[in-house]
Design a protein around this ligand. Structure first.
Ligand SMILES: C[S@@+](CC[C@H](N)C(=O)[O-])C[C@H]1O[C@@H](n2cnc3c(N)ncnc32)[C@H](O)[C@@H]1O
Length: 216
């Protein structure tokens, strides 16, 4: 299966609709393809995406889903989500218009086998509830870790703190990919509580906050 070729007509529709909307934060095509390859290979049944955008990554994820799998994708922007809904008409895909932080806080622990973290919550806030929502042996994929034009100021130290915090957690293993938009692939190794010492560490406190930092 060549997802890029198979999905070319829908990719073009999303690119056209994104441009009309002025949405410029779509996922890198190679990253979307990588997500799909992982979900297909792992056979992930319960998939969560944080940050639907206009649907480029879920287009790929939906193509990779098994018949009995389910994908939930959350975005705070109803206009973006509406574009995704126009292109992706698939019963296994559920689009939620909501704040991803609030969504994560309402999740039951161990609810998802694969989480694609492509919004602020679940990366630079609400990391604890996001990691709790991931099931043991699940995979957490974090995007946009290499500098982007739309990064907020003072962002590089946050990225480094995020990677350091994840590397310091015994219950997780991380591989950083200095490729495309910059990815971290994180495995949840067991069901231990998210390390309280990480929550208490002052340098990492923002990762578990419920608000955006004031310097954005
Ligand atoms: C990098 S884009 C996602 C790109 C998307 N995965 C795609 O392939 O097009 C980040 C998205 O996060 C959304 N977002 C920003 N803050 C959010 C929040 N607090 N809760 C949910 N979504 C949020 C934005 O509306 C934007 O669509």
């Amino acid at each position: 299966m060549n997802y890029l070729q198979t999905l070319a007509p829908q990719i073009a529709r999303i690119e056209q609709a994104s441009s009309a909307l002025g949405f410029v934060a779509s996922c890198d095509l190679q990253v979307a393809n990588f997500c799909a390859v992982l979900v297909a290979g792992l056979g992930s049944r319960r998939v969560l995406e944080l940050g639907t955008g206009t649907g480029l990554s879920i287009l790929f994820l939906a193509q990779a889903l098994a018949e009995d799998a389910h994908l939930v994708s959350v975005d705070i922007d109803a206009k973006c989500s509406a574009v995704a809904a126009q292109v992706i008409n698939e019963a296994r895909v559920q689009l939620e218009v909501a704040d991803a932080g609030a969504f994560l806080k309402a999740c039951q622990p161990n609810s998802y086998d694969f989480i694609f973290a492509d919004a602020w919550p679940g990366k630079f806030s609400h990391l604890d509830v996001a990691l709790e929502a991931l099931a043991p042996n699940g995979l957490y994929l974090i995007d946009d870790l290499l500098p982007q034009d739309n990064w907020p100021k003072n962002h590089q130290p946050r990225v480094e703190a995020l990677l350091a915090a994840l590397e310091a957690m015994d219950g997780f293993a991380l591989s950083y990919l200095n490729w495309a938009s910059g990815l971290a692939v994180v495995s949840k190794l067991d069901d231990r509580p998210i390390a309280p010492e990480i929550r208490r560490h002052a340098d990492y406190a923002f990762l578990f906050s419920e608000t955006m930092p004031s310097d954005i």
